[in-house]
Design a protein around this ligand. Structure first.
Ligand code: PMP
Ligand code: GLN
Length: 387
């Protein structure tokens, strides 16, 4: 293994899901729903398979039906903010958001370029930046026990930008803290990107999982459309994490760049699932609000359970994760806590330190996923209360 990758080992999600399986624990670690997405969307995949649609290589940029559906989705949800995309030149289908991220970084970075990202960050960011030869520059979100939320210090953000900065890698709603960046924060970041002539890769996979406030695509801020690569995924929005269908929307030159990298990573994404996701994106508004409302209820169940069990709870405004502080339980090391938790309580969680360069900053925090049935969440909360 080369030096660029050696530091990353096995992803925490594989390690913790294996631990859950080995110990028969409730898996609130890796973020995947325990109920699959809509029946009619599964049927659409079966129909595509059966009718021979997508069983051979689909077109490189993605099937036209899906690109059209992505463009229509952007128009439906963000058209009022002036955002719309041409399905032929401004949409690219990828193998999940993970490939979209990797392809974007590989396509847009020169070796040595700096990438500013909000820490804690999703684990593929560090590896993706490293594979592209870039250098990551974390800006740490600061937890506040009083408000039970995380905050971005815009002065720190500005100070992180140097003449080597090429790109801002932004994630809102934010995994693992559940932070949804506000209009003012996004406007400030956008203004800096314009002033410094930076690109933004916006990971918006949790765009429909916002419980408080509103998801605002950074591409919809002044001067941003031409410099933003926006990424989303059917994994989160339709509860099909195993299908690995994601997409990118951006200006034609950026799409063309990302596609240059994608063509040598996977060339194309699985065909039949693209037909099904095209149908999913056309589901009525009630599907999207229903998903959100259901997850809000689940958030509340788990947040209450965790607080009752003595955790410090950061209440997420979005995503399906709750970050907790284990210090009120007399613990300080999230890694040790998560490794012992299956034995102690029959529950698996993720130590937030894996999402940090400044590991000390993340040490006492642990993430729980709430995209599970309510009975499962209640059972987990009950077990944790007996800790
Ligand atoms: N970005 C973030 C912030 C995520 O949480 C995830 C999924 N865990 C991904 C990207 C990857 O998405 P996909 O499964 O579509 O590759
Ligand atoms: N995105 C999910 C998470 O953050 C799962 C990621 C994965 O398994 N690679 O838990």
């Amino acid at each position: 293994l080369n030096r660029r990758l050696a530091a990353f080992g096995t992803t925490i999600f594989a390690e913790m899901s294996a631990l859950a399986q080995r110990t028969g624990s409730i898996n609130l670690g890796q973020g995947f729903p325990d109920a699959d997405g809509p029946e009619e969307v599964r049927e659409a995949a079966v129909r595509a398979l059966r009718d021979g649609r997508g069983n051979q290589y689909p077109p490189g940029p993605g099937i036209p039906e899906l690109r059209t559906a992505v463009a229509a989705h952007q128009q439906r949800f963000y058209g009022h903010r002036g955002l719309s995309y041409d399905p032929d030149t401004e949409v690219l289908v990828t193998a999940g958001a993970t490939e979209a991220l990797a392809a974007s970084l590989l396509a847009l970075l020169e070796p040595g370029d700096e990438v500013v990202a909000l820490e804690p960050y999703y684990d593929s960011y560090a590896a993706g930046i490293a594979m592209a030869g870039g250098r990551r520059v974390p800006v740490t979100l600061r937890p506040s026990a009083e408000t039970g939320t995380y905050h971005l210090d815009l002065d720190e953000f500005r100070d992180a930008l140097t003449d080597k900065t090429r790109l801002i890698l932004l994630n809102t709603p934010h995994n693992p803290t559940g932070t949804v960046l506000s209009r003012d924060e996004l406007a400030a970041i956008a203004a800096l990107a314009v002033e410094r002539d930076l690109l933004v890769v916006a990971d918006e996979v949790y765009e429909h999982l916002v419980f408080e406030g509103e998801h605002l695509p950074i591409a919809s801020f002044p001067g941003m459309r031409e410099r933003t690569v926006t990424i989303s995924s059917a994994g989160k929005t339709f509860s099909f994490t195993g299908w690995k269908v994601g997409w990118v929307t951006a200006a034609p030159e950026l799409i063309s760049a990302v596609r240059s990298a994608k063509q040598f990573l996977t060339y194309v994404s699985a065909g039949p699932f693209q037909y099904a996701v095209a149908e999913a994106l056309a589901l009525p508004d009630a599907y999207f609000t229903g998903l959100r409302d259901d997850l809000r209820t689940k958030r509340d169940i788990l947040a209450t359970g965790l607080a009752d069990a003595g955790f410090g709870v950061f209440r997420p405004a979005g995503t399906y994760f709750i970050t907790t502080d284990i210090r009120p339980l007399g613990e300080t090391d999230g890694f040790a806590f998560c490794r012992a938790l299956p034995e102690r309580a029959g529950v698996v969680a993720i130590p937030n330190a894996v999402f940090y360069d400044h590991q000390d900053q993340g040490a006492p925090f642990v993430r729980f996923a709430f995209c599970k049935g309510t009975a499962v969440l209640q059972e987990a909360a009950g077990r944790l209360k007996r800790l």
